[in-house]
Design a protein around this ligand. Structure first.
Ligand code: HAM
Length: 423
């Protein structure tokens, strides 16, 4: 029997790992430069956490969750997103007691049982940030300018930030009622999914991709006409701050999100290279979630980016990010005989420590010829060669793999010689 990975859940192979590590490193640096601290939550959570936060009638909860029952009959779910677990952890550990505002970031796998296609898988990775304990428009502005900075640091070009507001809880409910009335009168023209959404999750009709629905939505009431004066003022202030910070965005009145916890600001970041699954990230405010999940009444805002989709978009660019990485720094230690092998391992440790380079040794007791072939395959810059003769003389041979030039040097001069010749 030949096993395969589960459909929609892919291996990330060594040949592709450079770009993943680079993106994660960039993300860590950007988050830390904003004073955000990492949080790691478990992959399994109680099912009801997601039902209560994401919303009973949403696609994620009704169709896409991987739920299992443990031996005690408890329902557990593989996390489909990171926000609810982060909020749960903040409440559980009283993180808000020592700080008035908690700024966190996370990265890791999420699970949704969707139909796999380009840019959509059942296990995918998110990089996200959440600010908990914030109700200020400057919180939204920081989050939006941070995501802009993060994507630019990843060298992603041509992405666009679509921005909207759903208004406060009251505005959102008022608009849902107006929209329901409008759509109910045109029910026959809606697709089957939207007919169901009309009853349970009417705002979602606004981002249906079905042509007939798009036609009906074109003339639909505008959410901006249902906003209270405070929400109008808030959104105006946000757009003004973003302009002042040089963050480009497009206002999109029909942008609603597939998760119920949002109120106020919502946004989505899209990239044309991705076709129908064009969202590389999304986020917004969720001022009621902390309280709804049993915590104090405190506002929050955040976002998450889909790493696979960012990589897809980067790969379509002229100079993909990973190509800037080279194996320039690799050193191979080729040895003959056991004594040389042990000494070789010590030399490798010195190189790693003093030069912070990758030093590779033979761990298979291969012949010298095979070791030289391995060094060649790895594309290393220098090979350090030693056998019994060299040990006796306390010397090694250094071979420049580009020029094929070889020199004998004293063992104590290895790191210094490599450093000089690297330049
Ligand atoms: P979301 O829009 O559901 O939001 O997901 C965020 C991003 O995750 C998407 O824009 C996309 O790039 C990626 N993504 C989602 N589903 C898939 C999939 N099946 N395959 C590949 N990538 C996918 C959230 O998850 C919210 N928790 C974001 C947030 C954080 N809001 C506030 N804080």
């Amino acid at each position: 029997m030949k096993y395969q990975s589960v459909r929609g859940m892919e291996d990330i192979l060594p040949r592709d790992i450079a770009i993943w590590q680079r993106l994660e490193e960039i993300a860590r640096n950007v988050f830390e430069s904003y004073g955000y601290v990492q949080i790691r939550t478990p992959i399994l959570e109680e099912t009801s956490l997601f039902v209560r936060s994401i919303g009973e009638a949403t696609d994620i909860v009704t169709k896409e969750m991987y739920t299992l029952q443990d031996k005690k009959g408890r329902y557990l779910t593989l996390r489909p997103e990171g926000t609810a677990p982060v909020v749960r952890a903040c409440i559980e550990h009283n993180l808000y007691k020592s700080q008035t505002e908690i700024k966190l970031y996370y990265m890791g796998p999420m699970f949704r049982s969707e139909r796999p296609q380009k840019g959509r898988s059942r296990q995918f990775y998110q990089i996200g940030a959440e600010v908990i304990g914030n109700r200020s428009v400057f919180g939204d502005a920081e989050i939006l300018s941070q995501v802009n900075k993060l994507l630019k640091s990843m060298r992603l070009k041509d992405f666009s930030i679509k921005l909207n507001t759903l208004g406060c809880k009251k505005d959102k409910a008022a608009f849902a009622a107006i929209l329901k009335k409008y759509l109910s009168a045109r029910k026959n023209r809606l697709c089957e999914d939207c007919k169901k959404r009309l009853k349970k999750n009417v705002l979602r009709v606004l981002d249906c991709k079905n042509e007939a629905c798009i036609f009906v939505i074109k003339e639909a009431p505008d959410i901006r006409d249902s906003l209270c004066s405070d929400c109008v003022k808030y959104f105006k202030a946000l757009t003004a701050i973003l302009k002042a910070l040089g963050v480009s965005f497009i206002e999109e009145k029909n942008l609603v999100r597939g998760l119920d916890y949002y109120t106020g600001t919502v946004f989505e970041i899209s990239h044309h290279a991705l076709g129908s699954q064009d969202a590389i990230g999304a986020g917004g405010r969720y001022n009621d979630l902390v309280h709804d999940l049993g915590g104090p009444d405190m506002g929050a805002v955040g976002y998450a980016l889909g790493i696979e989709r960012i990589i897809l978009a980067l790969k379509g660019q002229e100079k993909p990010l990973a190509q800037t990485e080279t194996a320039e720094g690799d050193i191979y230690i080729a040895t003959m005989g056991e004594a040389a092998k042990i000494r070789g391992m010590r030399i490798a440790n010195d190189i790693r420590k003093d030069l912070k380079l990758r030093a590779l040794t033979d761990t298979k007791e291969a012949s010298l010829k095979a070791q030289m072939r391995n060094a060649d395959r790895r594309g290393v810059r220098f090979t350090v060669i030693l056998g019994d003769d060299e040990i006796k003389k306390r010397e090694v041979i250094i071979r420049d793999m580009r020029t094929k030039e070889q020199i004998n040097i004293s063992e104590s001069k290895i790191t210094q010689t490599i450093q000089e010749r690297m330049k």
